[in-house]
Design a protein. Structure first.
Lengths: 201, 537
C-alpha cells in the first residue's frame, strides 16, 4: 500500500550554490587554519639567540638573508579587498537585473585575480629562495602554494559566473552571491596568511 | 539455416556486450544518488572483507611474540599502515557517506541529491585514491617506507581520498540544508538525515586539516626532507587522522541509524526528540578533538587544581561524544518503553553496533588517563576496532533496513539475526583481548618483542575475532547478493516506518517522488497511518 501525504507545490530553490559555497568556505577556513597552526608551531619551536648588542632575543625562524617583498604582498591584500568590492558590485547589479554592470564587475574581479597571482609570482621571484633551501623555505612554498590553488579555484568560479552572466543568465543572483561569499572568505583567509607569514614572518 | 543461427548467436553476443558496456558506462557516469551511494557501500564492504583478512594476518603474526613468523620488519610497518588506513578510510567513512548519499534525499522528500556530480566526483576520487594509496603502501611507500617515490605517491593519494570524502560530504550537507520537503524544518529532519548533516559537517571541518598537513608533508618530502622528518615521521603528523576521535566523526551517522530505528521498532513518535538531536550533535563534537590534532590526556598528577585544569579539556574533547551516545541509547530505551517493541534484525544490528561504539569510546577515554598506563599500547588499536567494527555492524543493519528502497527486496530476518550475533562475537573477540593486552603492556603496531604470560592466548582470540568479522561481512555480501536480486519483494513500507521514503514504491523510482509532499510533523507517515495495535497515537 502506498501512503498518500498532502501534496504541495514544488518548493522554490533554496540557494543551493550559496549554501554549498558556505560549506566549502568552512572547509577552506579549516584547511588554512590547520596550515597556519603548523606554521606557528614550527615558528614557536625555532631556536632563539641573543642579538649582537645583547638587548633582545632573536628567533632563528626567518633566515637573515631572506627579505619579504612587502610591496608585492601588500598589493595582493589590496587586490583581494578590491575584488571583494567588485564581487559585491556584481551582487548589487544582479539583484537589480543590471546585466551589463554585473558582467563588468565580474570581469574586473577576474582581472584582479590575475593581478593577485601575478603579485604572488613577483613575491617568489623577488625572494629568490629555493624550496630545498631550508625549513622556512619549504613551508613558505607549501602554504603560499595552497593559497595560489585557492586563488585558481576562485578564478575558475569567477570565469564560470562571468560566462553565465555574459550568456544572459539573468536569474543567477544566488550564484553571483555565492561567488561574492567565496571572495570574502578568500580575503579573510589571506588576511590571516598575510599577517602570519608576511608581517609577523 | 546454419548461417542464420550463427548470425543470431553473433547478434545476441554483440547485443549482450553492448548492453554490458552500456550498463558499465551508466554506472561510471551516473548522477543518480542511489547508484552513487551503492557504489560507495559496495566498495567499502569489499574493503571490509579485505581488511578483516589483513587484520587476521597481522593477528596471526602476533601470536608468537618472540620472533617474526611470516613477515619481516619492513613489511610489518607497511601492513600496519595499510590496516590503519583501511579501517578508517576504506571502511567506516565511505560506508556511512554512501548510506547517506543513497538514503538522505529519500528521507527528505527530495527528488535528487544536491550537486550529485560532486558526490560522483567524491566517489571516484576516493576510489582511485584508495587504490593508489594501497599500491603505494604495497610498494614500500607508506609511513616509514623506504621507497621515496612511493611515499610521495602515498601522500598525494591520501590527499585524494580526503578530497573525495570531503566533496561527498559537502553534497550531503547541502542536501540536508536546502532540499527538505515543504514543512520539514531542521528540527523535523529524520534522525539519520540529521546525523548525516552532523557527520558531513564534522568531516568537512576535519579532513581539510589533513589535506593541509599533507600539502606540507608532500612539499617537504619531495624537495627538502628538512622540516617534517621525512618518511619516518609521516605518521607523527597525520596519525591523528587514523585514530580516535577522528573515527568518532565517521561513527556519528551510525548513532543516527539507531536513533532512526528505535522509535520505528517501538511504533511511537520519538519522546524528547530535540534532546535526541542534541545527543547526535554531541557525538559530532569529536571534530573539536580531531581538528586540534592533539591528544587531550589527563595525567592525574599534581594538585587538585592541576587535575581540574586537565579534566576540563579532557572532558570537552573526549567525554562529550560519549555523553551523546548515552543520550541516544537512553532515549531509544524511552521510545521502547513508550511503545510496543517489534525488534527487527536491522535494529539488533544497530543497537549492538552502537553499544560497541560506546565501548570503543570508553576504552579511548580510559587510555588517555595517566594511571591506566595504556598510552602506546595495543589498547588504542582496540578502541579503533570497537568503533570501526561496531560501525560496520550498524551499517549492515542500515543496509538491511533501507535495502527495500534501493533494491526493492528485503533480506531474510532469521539469517540476519544470526549474522548480528556473529558480528557481535567478532567485534568483542577481536577488540577485547587488545584491551587486556594493553594492560599487560603489549606495544601498539608491533608483532614481536614483548613478554607476558597469556600473550599467545589473547592474540589468538583476537585473530579468531577478525576471522569471524571476515565471515560476517562475506556472509552478508552473499546474502545481500542473493536476496536483493531474487529475494522476496519488500512492499512499500515493510517496517511500518515513519519517514517519507516509505511513502513511495520500493525500489524508489527515478526522481524518487512523483509528487512533492507536505510534512506536518517529524513523523509524517504516522500522521496518515492508523496507530499500531497497543500503542496510543
Amino acid at each position: 500500500m502506498t501512503l498518500t501525504l498532502p501534496s504541495a507545490v514544488a518548493p522554490a530553490p533554496k540557494r543551493q550554490a550559496l549554501v554549498a559555497t558556505a560549506v566549502a568556505s568552512a572547509a577552506i577556513t579549516m584547511l588554512m587554519a590547520g596550515m597556519l597552526g603548523v606554521w606557528l608551531r614550527f615558528r614557536a619551536a625555532a631556536d632563539t639567540r641573543m642579538s649582537s648588542d645583547g638587548r633582545k632575543v632573536i628567533k632563528d625562524w626567518l633566515p637573515s638573508d631572506i627579505k619579504i617583498p612587502e610591496v608585492s604582498s601588500n598589493t595582493m591584500l589590496i587586490g583581494l579587498f578590491f575584488g571583494c568590492v567588485m564581487a559585491q558590485w556584481a551582487v548589487y547589479a544582479a539583484k537589480r537585473d543590471d546585466s551589463s554592470h554585473r558582467s563588468v564587475a565580474l570581469a574586473v574581479c577576474l582581472l584582479m585575480e590575475v593581478a593577485i597571482i601575478n603579485a604572488q609570482v613577483a613575491v617568489y621571484s623577488q625572494m629568490k629562495i629555493g624550496v630545498t633551501d631550508g625549513v622556512y623555505q619549504t613551508m613558505f612554498y607549501a602554504i603560499t602554494g595552497v593559497v595560489v590553488v585557492l586563488l585558481a579555484v576562485g578564478m575558475a568560479f569567477t570565469s564560470v559566473t562571468w560566462f553565465r552572466s555574459v550568456g544572459g543568465r539573468d536569474n543567477d543572483s544566488h550564484v553571483v552571491a555565492a561567488h561574492a561569499l567565496y571572495w570574502y572568505v578568500l580575503t579573510a583567509v589571506f588576511c590571516a596568511v598575510w599577517f602570519v607569514v608576511y608581517v609577523q614572518k | 539455416m546454419t548461417t542464420i543461427h550463427t548470425n543470431v548467436d553473433v547478434t545476441a553476443a554483440g547485443s549482450r556486450a553492448a548492453s554490458l558496456v552500456s550498463v558499465i558506462a551508466d554506472w561510471i557516469t551516473t548522477a543518480d544518488h542511489k547508484k552513487i551511494g551503492r557504489l560507495f557501500i559496495g566498495s567499502s564492504l569489499v574493503a571490509a572483507v579485505a581488511t578483516a583478512v589483513l587484520a587476521a594476518f597481522l593477528g596471526l603474526e602476533r601470536i608468537s611474540a618472540s620472533s617474526y613468523s611470516i613477515l619481516n620488519g619492513d613489511s610489518v610497518v607497511q601492513l600496519f599502515a595499510a590496516y590503519q588506513f583501511s579501517l578508517v578510510y576504506a571502511i567506516v567513512a565511505p560506508l556511512f557517506i554512501g548510506l547517506a548519499i543513497a538514503v538522505v534525499p529519500l528521507q527528505l522528500g527530495s527528488r535528487s541529491l544536491s550537486y550529485p556530480r560532486l558526490a560522483a566526483f567524491g566517489f571516484w576520487a576516493w576510489a582511485s585514491g584508495l587504490i593508489i594509496t594501497l599500491v603505494a603502501i604495497g610498494a614500500n611507500g607508506g609511513p616509514g617506507g623506504g621507497n621515496s617515490n612511493m611515499v610521495d605517491l602515498y601522500l598525494l593519494a591520501l590527499g585524494l581520498v580526503a578530497l573525495g570524502l570531503s566533496a561527498a560530504s559537502v553534497s550531503i550537507a547541502v542536501t540536508v540544508l536546502t532540499s527538505r520537503a515543504p514543512g520539514m524544518s531542521l528540527l523535523r529532519t529524520p534522525m539519520f538525515s540529521w546525523s548525516a548533516l552532523m557527520g558531513a559537517m564534522a568531516t568537512v571541518l576535519t579532513l581539510p586539516v589533513l589535506i593541509g598537513t599533507l600539502a606540507y608533508l608532500y612539499v617537504d618530502h619531495t624537495y627538502g626532507r628538512l622540516a617534517f622528518g621525512g618518511n619516518v615521521d609521516v605518521n607523527k603528523w597525520i596519525g591523528w587522522s587514523f585514530n580516535q576521535p577522528q573515527t568518532f566523526i565517521f561513527a556519528v551517522m551510525a548513532v543516527g541509524v539507531l536513533a532512526e530505528l528505535a522509535p520505528i521498532v517501538a511504533g511511537v513518535r520519538q519522546p524528547l526528540r530535540p534532546v535526541m538531536l542534541i545527543g547526535i550533535t554531541l557525538v559530532s563534537t569529536a571534530a573539536l578533538g580531531a581538528a586540534t590534532q592533539s591528544t587531550h590526556a589527563m595525567s592525574w598528577t599534581g594538585t587538585t587544581s592541576d587535575k581540574v585544569q586537565e579534566f576540563i579539556p579532557f572532558a570537552l574533547f573526549n567525554l562529550l561524544p560519549i555523553l551523546g551516545v548515552l543520550i541516544v541509547l537512553a532515549l531509544g530505551g524511552l521510545a521502547a518503553k513508550a511503545g510496543r517493541v517489534k525488534p527487527t534484525a536491522s535494529f539488533v544490528f544497530a543497537f549492538l553496533g552502537t553499544g560497541m561504539i560506546l565501548v570503543g569510546m570508553l576504552v579511548h577515554a580510559l587510555s588517555l588517563i595517566g594511571p591506566a598506563a595504556l598510552a602506546g599500547t595495543v589498547a588504542q588499536e582496540s578502541s579503533t576496532l570497537y568503533v570501526v567494527y561496531g560501525a560496520v555492524m550498524v551499517a549492515l543493519g542500515a543496509i538491511m533496513h533501507w535495502g527495500p528502497k534501493l533494491w526493492g527486496r528485503r533480506l531474510p530476518e532469521k539469517e540476519m539475526f544470526g549474522l548480528a550475533a556473529l558480528s557481535l562475537g567478532a567485534t568483542v573477540l577481536s577488540s577485547l583481548p587488545y584491551v587486556l593486552a594493553g594492560f599487560l603492556d603489549q606495544p601498539a603496531n608491533a608483532v614481536a618483542g614483548w613478554s607476558y604470560d597469556v600473550s599467545a592466548l589473547l592474540n589468538t582470540v583476537s585473530t579468531i575475532g577478525h576471522a569471524l568479522m571476515f565471515i560476517t561481512v562475506l556472509g552478508f555480501i552473499g546474502l545481500a547478493f542473493k536476496h536483493f536480486t531474487t529475494g522476496a519483494l519488500a512492499g512499500d513500507d515493510p517496517w511500518d516506518a515513519h519517514s517519507l521514503e516509505w511513502s513511495i514504491p520500493s525500489p524508489a523510482p527515478a526522481g524518487n517522488f512523483a509528487d512533492i509532499a507536505t510534512v506536518g510533523s517529524a513523523e509524517p507517515l504516522l500522521d496518515v497511518k492508523p496507530p499500531r495495535q497497543g500503542v496510543s497515537a
